[in-house]
Design a protein around this ligand. Sequence first.
Ligand SMILES: [Zn+2]
Length: 439
Amino acid sequence: MPTLPIADFRGGRAATTRSVATGRRWLAPAAALPLIGALALLLRPTADDVPATIDLTQLAAAAAAAAPEASPLSVEVRVESNDTLDRIFRSVGIDHTTLSELRQLSDVRKALDVLRPGDIITLTHADGALLSLNRRISNTLTLSVARAGDGYAVDYIENPFEVEVGATRARIDSSLFAAGRAAGLGSETIMVLANEIFGWDIDFALDIRRGDEFAVVYQRKFQDGRYVRDGRVLAAEFVNQGRVHRAVWFESADGSVRGYFTPEGRGMRKAFLRAPLDFTRISSGFNPRRLHPISGRVRAHRGVDYAAPTGTPIWAAGDGRIQFAGRKGGYGNTVIIDHGRGVSTLYAHMSRFGRATRAGTRVAQGQVIGYVGSTGASTGPHLHYEYLVGGQHRNPATVTLPDTEVPAHLEAEFGAAAATALAQLRLTDRSDGPALASR
Ligand SMILES: [Zn+2]
């Protein structure tokens, strides 16, 4: 069992469980096989655009020593679409023979030949003689080329994320977003809670109430001591109208299982989404940072109405086959999906259908089948949603998808991981206020 930094959590400031993981894993192959490593890193899509700090002090000092009479000039170039290194070098005024010299270094050639718009390349030169070139390859790795004697020295500078585990608990007074932001969570983390962890159990469009509570154990990523962004949510709890939902992240050592599970090992993903559209688009006032007014809920008839702007995408609540797509009296533009076993879902008043929405077509959960509108007998743009079992309206069942249970042979591994995550979650449950993750 991993040890828990209980003291830090108790202290309420929660600088905890620090580890430097991400960059190491990448650098190992990069060191062993420089070419393949560099290529793999280049082809890796950049997840976001957090600028990395490149320390040019040493390079500048080296440059000054190498060329004492010319004062070195450092230029930062942002790559435009269709830019070539040749064009960049010419625009900066670097001697054109330098590029062919660099290209003879295979490490460099691979790392420079693929340019993406938005890439930043830092060039230091003195009177057109290149002294150094720095190119950020990923969030955690920078290619550094520096003049050394008659040639160039190539180095990959690692600047890995430092990952810290934080924990926080918050009470919803105005909205999930406001509470989450006030507790220090990034917007993406709040979205993960709603769409990737609890979206099958809680209707975030209609069922959130003042006094609901949530707790999150999650990674926070730092670089050079600066917070960069949140990482993965490791455990979470949501108390919705008094009902407690808990989830833990589990990734088995063999990589065969990864996802969110209940503490008992059942997948959080269920056969049906609670709300077949993005909750941030919902509310009469259309303000995702506001609590949805209870008046927005209308259950006078056999379905649920979600007021949302025209054009809001509507998702298939579960896997199935489209049984009907067309006009249907007062329902207007309507889609009915047959999910098998007598279960069907109905979506009405659509402004238009999804591209592949045709009777007989198979659809997957979360696929866009149409867009919110006000066709048929409707007074304003909204989605009218029905969930039917044997033709009778019901609340969406919380049937777990069959393939999302932790398999028996991984139960012990899951149990240990879940115990750790749940213990961290419990530490947020203190009477004297939330344990805020901060530094
Ligand atoms: Zn309705």
